[in-house]
Design a protein around this ligand. Structure first.
Ligand code: NDP
Length: 399
C-alpha cells in the first residue's frame, strides 16, 4: 500500500518497526531515521528479509531543513514521530512544507520548561487543513488508546460521560533499584511535576504525588497509584461531551518513589543548567546518562501492565459505568518483539494510527487528537495487532 518514515530509533521506535514489518500489506516500505544512524541500522539488521523493504537514514530532527530534504528524497505517505517531544514542531513544520501526513505519541514540550501542552500543536490546525494533510496527535497508549476508549465509550455506551478516571498500572519488575520504562528524562519531568486534574471546567493543582489511592488491578493485584497531570486530560476535557471531572492515576512502587525523592532532594532532577568543570550540564540529562537504557529492560522485566479508563455517565436517563482496559505481559512482548510492555503498548497504537491514516480511515485534513476520529476500526485493530481489550460494566470505582 505505501511507505512510512519512522523518526527515532529508541524503545518505542523499535516496536513500531517490528509492527510495521508484521503489517507489510500496509507498510510495504519503511525508512528508519534518527540522530544515531547505527541504531537504525541495528534495527534494520534485526528485521531485514521480510516483506517490508527497510532503509535507514541519519537525521537531526531539530533541523527543519534536514527533515525536508529527507522527506523529499523518501516521499513517505506518513511520518511517524517516535523521537522525543522536543522535536514535534520541527517535524510538523517539515510535514507542512512537504505536504506529508504526521503522527506522534507525545505532545510538544519545550526543552527549557517542563510543561507539556497541546496549544503549540493545535496552532497548526488551519495550516494542516489548508495543505490537505492529517496530523494525529498522541497515538500511543496514554495518550492514545485512552482517547480511543473515550470515543468508543461515547459512541456506543453513553449519551453523556461525566467522570473519567484513567488508571495506568505497571506491575512489571525489572530488578533494578531505580530505572524508568521509557526515556528517563521525559519520564522524570512528567512524574516530578505538580499533579492536576480537570474539574468543572478548570484545573485543580496538587503537589507531586499528593493524592494516593489503592486499586486492585486484574492481572497485577493491589497497587498504590498516584494522581498525575497527563496530557490527554487537556484534550478529553474539551472533546468529551458532559465531562465534569477527569483524573489520571499511575502506579509507582515505594522504591521508585524513595529514589526519586532522594534524586530530587540533591538536585539531580533539575533541568536548570549548571557549570561543571568549565562546561554547562543539565543535571537531569546527566542522570539520564547514568541510568539503565529503557531498551535494556526488555529481557529482565517480568509482570504485567493494566491500563484502562473508568467512565461514569448517563445512557437513556440512567446512570452507567464502563471500564475498558488492556492487560499486557512484559515477557510476552519481549518474546514477540524484543521489548518490554511500556514500549510495546506505545508502539502498537502508533503503528495502528499510521495504518488508519494510510488506509483512508483517519485521513481528514487538519490536526486531531485520537478521540476526534472514528474509534471502531482502531478498537478492532487493537485486538488484531497485540493489544486485546476487555470491558467491565461494574468496576470498583476510585473515590
Ligand atoms: P528513547 O529515548 O528510547 O528514543 C528516542 C529516540 O529519538 C532515540 O533514538 C533518539 O536518538 C532519537 N532522537 C532524539 N533526539 C533526536 C533528534 N534531534 N533527531 C533525531 N532523533 C532524535 O525514547 P522512547 O522510545 O522511550 O520514547 C519515544 C517517544 O514516545 C517519546 O516522545 C515518549 O514521550 C513517547 N512515549 C509515549 C507514550 C504514550 O503512551 N503515549 C508512552 C511512552 C513513551 P539517540 O539514540 O541518538 O538518542
Amino acid at each position: 500500500m505505501g511507505r512510512a518514515l519512522i523518526i527515532g530509533a529508541g524503545g518505542v521506535a523499535s516496536v513500531v518497526v517490528h509492527k510495521c514489518c508484521q503489517n507489510s500489506d500496509v507498510f510495504e516500505e519503511i525508512c528508519i531515521a534518527s540522530r544515531t544512524k547505527s541504531k537504525c541500522d541495528a534495527l534494520k539488521d534485526k528485521l531485514d528479509g521480510g516483506k517490508t523493504k527497510i532503509t535507514t537514514a541519519r537525521v537531526d530532527a531539530d533541523s527543519v531543513d534536514e527533515l525536508v530534504k529527507l522527506i523529499n528524497d523518501y516521499k513517505p505517505d506518513i511520518v511517524i514521530n517516535v523521537a522525543l517531544p522536543y522535536q514535534d514542531l520541527t517535524i510538523m513544520d517539515a510535514c507542512l512544507e512537504t505536504k506529508t501526513n504526521y503522527l506522534d505519541t507525545a505532545n510538544y514540550e519545550p526543552l527549557d520548561t517542563a510543561k507539556f501542552e497541546y496549544k503549540w500543536q493545535w496552532a497548526y490546525r488551519e495550516r494542516f487543513e489548508k495543505a490537505g494533510i492529517t496530523a494525529i496527535l498522541g497515538s500511543g497508549f496514554d495518550p492514545g488508546v485512552t482517547g480511543v476508549f473515550s470515543a468508543y465509550a461515547m459512541k456506543h455506551h453513553f449519551d453523556e460521560i461525566n467522570y473519567i478516571d484513567i488508571l495506568d498500572c505497571n506491575g512489571g519488575d525489572h530488578g533494578y533499584p531505580f530505572a524508568t520504562n521509557f526515556n528517563p528524562e521525559i519520564n522524570i519531568r512528567e512524574v516530578s511535576a505538580k499533579g492536576s486534574y480537570w474539574e468543572n471546567g478548570r484545573w485543580i493543582e496538587t503537589e507531586p504525588m499528593e493524592i494516593k489511592r489503592e486499586y486492585d488491578f486484574e492481572g497485577v493485584g493491589k497497587k498504590d497509584m498516584y494522581l498525575l497531570h497527563h496530557e490527554e486530560l487537556e484534550s478529553l476535557g474539551i472533546n468529551i461531551k458532559g465531562i465534569k471531572r477527569i483524573r489520571f492515576f499511575m502506579t509507582f512502587g515505594q522504591s521508585y518513589l524513595t529514589h526519586l525523592k532522594c534524586l530530587e532532594n540533591v538536585g539531580m532532577t533539575s533541568i536548570e543548567p549548571i557549570e561543571f568543570e568549565g562546561k554547562k550540564i543539565v543535571p537531569l540529562q546527566f542522570l539520564k546518562a547514568v541510568l539503565p537504557d529503557p531498551v535494556s529492560l526488555g529481557p529482565r522485566t517480568v509482570g504485567k501492565t493494566n491500563i484502562g479508563c473508568i467512565f461514569q455517565g448517563k445512557k437513556d436517563g440512567k446512570d452507567k459505568t464502563y471500564y475498558p482496559y488492556n492487560v499486557c505481559d512484559h515477557q510476552e512482548c519481549y518474546k514477540e518483539v524484543g521489548s518490554q510492555a511500556i514500549s510495546y503498548t506505545t508502539g502498537v497504537p502508533a503503528m495502528i494510527g499510521a495504518m488508519m491514516v494510510m488506509t483512508g480511515k483517519w485521513n481528514k485534513p487538519g490536526v486531531y487528537n485520537v478521540e476526534e476520529l472514528d474509534p471502531d476500526p482502531f478498537m478492532e485493530a487493537l485486538n488484531k495487532w497485540g493489544l486485546p481489550w476487555k470491558e467491565s460494566f461494574n468496576p470498583v470505582l476510585v473515590d
